[in-house]
Design a protein around this ligand. Sequence first.
Ligand code: HEC
Length: 106
Amino acid sequence: MKHLLSRVALASLLACGMIMVCTSAQAEDAAATFKAKCAMCHGANGEGGKMGTRNFASADIQSQTDAQLAETISKGKPPKMPSYAGKLSDAQIKDLAAYVKTLGKK
Ligand code: HEC
């Protein structure tokens, strides 16, 4: 039993280091992910304007639930908003949806 436990611990440690996505780090990563993957179209603070994106602080966006925003991020919005399903984990997408909401609260 002891042997098994330490193997499980080691495996999760390795997976964490290799994929570089630890669950605990994901919330903090939302801002970094947004900067790296979303800001070029949505603006550094989600202010929008580029490629016809809307301001994330607007009522149109703020009135949507986290789940609705997560679905848009996951599926994309043709023709310009890319789909992130398969590129980001569900947890990352969920964190990004929550992050989008915080961008409207200043
Ligand atoms: C290539 C440019 C581009 C990139 C990169 C991009 N988006 Fe978008 N996004 C758009 C466009 C264009 C729309 C559609 C705007 C509209 O129809 O109002 C959109 C729509 C959205 C919406 C829905 C807003 C609404 O109008 O309901 C959300 C949420 C969103 N993007 C989040 C993200 C996140 C999070 C990322 C990064 C993981 C991202 N986007 C990356 C261009 C982009």
